[in-house]
Design a protein around this ligand. Structure first.
Ligand SMILES: Nc1nc2c(ncn2[C@@H]2O[C@H](COP(=O)(O)OP(=O)(O)OP(=O)(O)O)[C@@H](O)[C@H]2O)c(=O)[nH]1
Length: 312
């Protein structure tokens, strides 16, 4: 009867899932919602034969509590329309994580709309559902590609910019300590030249793992480019950030990378000043790193000399 609701590409063999559709009947004053008919995609989504579904309560989400909540929401929306021949039910909708009849976790998008108006206290409704799991997985994958550095799995530069802006807004509003650490591997060109690019890549990947292990969940660590990394540490003062940077510096130095000699890194550390711009902080942290390189590498600098020179 309602098979025309099927997605044009779907077929009875279950090759491709389209919109699952169930026609529902709700009698005003009765708590139940009953199925009048279902299409093949509904049977594919939730299992069971058409005959088995007729007269049964529908599955919107395969979780009792969530289903009950949706029905309560539905009754609440329908109740004011019971006396009006022209009352329009605008529909309710949602997206839920649910278990497929095969036990797999799926994302289901659903919508319940009216099929005509209330007749003798009875509403006829259409429930449409779509399995959007693959679409959501693709979206998540695209998002990962757009925000992640492929080699190291760390956040990339553009994503770091976003995080940085958010943290700056928070810092400016609540005046909480916020520090930034920029680190750069020392003589990385020599590693590439002496051991090859693949070994260089391996060092970058191992370094990324080391950084992840040494940071808090609230911190954000990005590959800034090449062999340069940026760490943003909320709720962290300059003094604490220097200690953190020095801990990472020591850990890098004592890590057995796949090389004969040890790897070292230089660090610039700054704490964001009240109302300071992103541009200004970036300049300061870059200068601090430059100073650490200039002073002989394998060290942490807060750019102190530069700040005092500026003040002078
Ligand atoms: N293996 C590998 N090397 C990279 C990657 N990105 C950048 N590099 C290399 O990193 C090296 C950076 O060299 P430099 O900027 O001279 O810096 P450095 O040799 O570390 O010297 P200092 O920073 O002054 O201590 C270059 O040889 C780049 O080719 C990458 O993704 N993989």
């Amino acid at each position: 009867m309602y098979q025309h609701y099927s997605h044009p590409g779907s077929d009875a063999d279950g090759e491709q899932a389209g919109h699952a559709v169930a026609i529902l009947s709700v009698q005003e004053g009765s708590p139940g919602v009953r199925i009048v008919d279902v299409n093949t995609d509904y049977q594919r989504l939730w299992g069971g034969s058409r005959e088995a579904w007729l007269g049964a309560p529908p599955v919107v989400v395969q979780q009792e509590a969530a289903n009950r909540q949706i029905f309560a929401q539905l009754h609440e929306a329908l109740h004011p329309l019971k006396d009006s021949a022209h009352g329009a039910f605008e529909g309710i909708s949602g997206r839920e994580v649910s278990r497929h009849h095969d036990g797999k976790r799926r994302h289901v998008e659903w919508r319940i709309t009216a099929m005509g108006t209330c007749h003798n206290g009875q509403f006829t409704l259409v429930l449409t559902q779509r399995d959007v799991t693959e679409q959501m997985e693709k979206e998540a994958q695209l998002e990962r590609l757009a925000t992640t550095d492929m080699l190291t799995g760390l956040v990339n530069r553009s994503q770091f910019d976003m995080v940085l802006k958010n943290e700056f807004n928070r810092q400016h509003r609540y005046s909480r300590p916020l520090s930034l650490i920029m680190l750069d591997l020392d003589y990385f060109k020599d590693i590439n030249d002496n051991y090859g690019h693949d070994v260089g890549d391996q060092v970058l990947m191992e370094l990324a793992d080391l950084l992840k292990r040494n940071l808090r969940k609230a911190d954000c660590c990005a590959r800034w480019g090449g062999e340069e990394f940026m760490l943003l540490a909320p709720e962290t003062s300059l003094e604490q950030a220097v200690r953190l940077a020095d801990k990472i510096r020591g850990a890098i130095k004592h890590t057995a990378f796949p090389l004969q000699s040890s790897v070292t890194a230089s660090f610039g550390v700054v704490e964001v000043h009240s109302q300071e711009s992103v541009k200004s902080v970036m300049k300061r942290v870059d200068n601090a790193l430059y100073l650490a390189k200039n002073k002989g590498r394998d060290r942490v600098s807060t750019g102190g000399l530069l700040s005092s020179a500026k003040q002078a």
